[in-house]
Structure formats: structure tokens, C-alpha cells
Design a protein around this ligand. Structure first.
Ligand SMILES: [Zn+2]
Length: 305
């Protein structure tokens, strides 16, 4: 009972007002009961709210089924329910895993769109064979290239079977890890497809636009032809259209693997070869055709490994 009512009861008793004292006492008791019941109601509300929050937070979600990330904080719902300070209300917050999930989905999408899904796990720098010095050097230079901020190009030409595709794919893998969009273009297949679109100008333009504008383009086996043959003029024209468009956009990176060395490529088409040569700066390598004889790096001008 409140202090003031107690005092009031005593005062009334002192004054001989027994009925008044009783009335005051009764008023105090009723007030006490009201306060007690509202406290109980509040406690019940708090307990109910806590139960609701616990039930929500204990429930398992399904977001891990989409992205493979298992989060024990939100149990894969992406959301957490949090009690207010007084325990009488709650609010929903986004779990920290949502950011990781978004990054993972973007990375998965970029990998899918790159066309490198099947090659990416087996073509890493780590599992590139480095028994020979030239192999160690090429991995070192490829890693330097990935770290280079200058938007240079990377050209790796020469002897088939020397790991050119492996190295170039490993470079693309690192760009994808940085969430930079990459497109893989296997020259033999894609050039045939593009040339087949010659009578469908809209589709040709659409396809070429994405090739010309992708931040990292990897052209694998450029001008792949039978030994002793030369690429057709249509192939050279198509390659020039792509190379020239990208040459004029300084922010784009182009990675090229090719059985032709840079010198041979310039001999084949000077305008095309010189544009690649200019953009690749120091990142151009050739494997000597007679691999058993010579793996030496002869210097950047000839760039034959
Ligand atoms: Zn979470």
C-alpha cells in the first residue's frame, strides 16, 4: 500500500474517524491489487514475447539450400528477431550472413556466365606443374599480372600442350574471385558461331557487344588452325573487330592464348598483332616450339620461354 494512504489512515484514526480510516484502507488495498495485477500482466506479456522471439529464432530456414552457406546465428532464415529493452516488444533484423550470401550468389552467377565452370577448379596456379624453371617463371608472371592494376593485356603464345589454357584460366579464376566479370571465348567454337550470325544483324551485334564490353575477356586458342594453314580473312576480320573495340577501352583486360607467337601474329596481320602487343606491355610470353631444347626466357622483346 502506498505511504500516503497509510498516513491518511493513521490521521483519520487519530481524529476518531474510524469509518474514514476504513474507507482509506480499502482504497489502498484496491490500489495495491490493481498494481499487482498490471505487474503480473506485464510479466506474462514479457514471457509471451520471449517465447515468440525464441520460437522464431529457433526455426530453421532454407537460405542455405540456395547458396550453401550454413549460418547458425539466424539458422538460415537471413533474419533475427530481437527483444526490445523492456522485453515487451520485438523487431526483425537482417542477419550478417545476408551480405555473404549476396556476394556468394554474385560470384556463382559470374562464374556461370564466364563459361569457365567446368575448368575453374582444375586450372589453378597451385596445381600447375612447376618442375621446370620456365614453368615457375610463367606462374610468377601470371600472378604479377593478376596483381597489376594497370589494365594491361596478357598474351601467351606458342607450343601446344605447354599449359597456356591452364595459366590463362587460373588468371581468370583470380579475377572471378575478385568479383570481376569474365567471359571465356574458345576461338574455334565462338568464331564459328559469330560468323554464322552474319545474316542476323541484331543477334550478331548483341553477341559482339557483350564480348567487346566484358571487363575481362579470355580468348582461348586464337586462330587455331591445322598445322601449316593460316586463319581465313573472315577470322582475321572478326578478331580485329573484337581486339580493336577492346583496344580503345583502356579499362578492359584481354587475355589471349594462341599457338602463334606474337611475332608470327604480327606477321599474319600487323594491325591486329600490333594492337595486342601494345596493350599487353610486359605480359607477353611465347613457348619455343621445340620445347625439349629451349625453355629459356630470352627477354621481353622476343618473349620466348
Ligand atoms: Zn545468418
Amino acid at each position: 500500500m502506498q505511504q500516503s494512504i497509510e498516513a491518511e489512515v493513521i490521521d483519520r484514526l487519530k481524529a476518531g474517524d474510524v469509518m474514514g480510516a476504513l474507507a482509506s484502507k480499502a482504497r489502498g488495498l484496491i490500489q495495491d491489487m490493481r498494481e499487482k495485477s498490471s505487474e503480473e500482466i506485464r510479466e506474462e506479456q514479457k514471457a509471451r514475447m520471449k517465447q515468440q522471439v525464441d520460437e522464431f529464432n529457433d526455426r530453421e530456414g532454407e537460405e542455405n539450400e540456395v547458396d550453401g552457406i550454413d549460418c547458425r546465428i539466424c539458422r538460415n532464415k537471413g533474419l533475427i528477431e530481437v527483444l526490445s529493452e523492456d522485453g515487451l516488444s520485438s523487431s526483425i533484423r537482417i542477419c550478417e550472413c545476408r551480405k555473404r550470401r549476396a556476394e556468394k550468389l554474385r560470384a556463382d552467377r559470374l562464374l556461370r556466365e564466364s563459361g569457365l565452370v567446368e575448368m575453374i577448379e582444375s586450372h589453378t596456379f597451385r596445381n600447375f606443374e612447376t618442375k621446370e624453371d620456365w614453368q615457375k617463371k610463367i606462374v610468377q608472371h601470371a600472378c604479377d599480372y593478376v596483381r597489376d592494376q594497370g589494365n594491361k593485356w596478357f598474351f601467351f603464345g606458342g607450343q601446344p600442350g605447354a599449359g597456356k589454357t591452364h595459366i590463362c584460366t587460373a588468371i581468370c579464376r583470380m579475377f572471378l574471385k575478385k568479383s570481376i566479370p569474365v567471359r571465356y571465348l574458345l576461338w574455334k567454337d565462338e568464331s564459328a558461331k559469330l560468323k554464322g550470325l552474319i545474316n542476323d544483324a541484331d543477334r550478331y551485334e548483341e553477341e559482339m557487344k557483350s564480348i567487346k564490353e566484358i571487363p575481362v575477356l579470355y580468348i582461348d586458342d586464337l586462330f587455331k588452325v591445322q598445322r601449316g594453314m593460316k586463319p581465313s580473312q573472315a577470322d582475321v576480320n572478326l578478331a580485329f573487330e573484337i581486339i580493336n573495340a577492346r583496344y580503345n577501352r583502356s579499362e578492359l583486360k584481354t587475355i589471349i592464348s594462341c599457338e602463334w607467337t606474337m611475332t608470327e601474329l604480327i606477321g599474319l596481320d600487323e594491325a591486329l598483332g600490333s594492337r595486342i602487343k601494345e596493350r599487353r606491355r610486359e605480359y607477353v610470353y611465347g613457348i619455343n616450339r621445340d620445347m625439349n631444347k629451349n625453355y629459356r626466357i630470352k627477354g621481353y622483346e622476343e618473349e620466348v620461354i
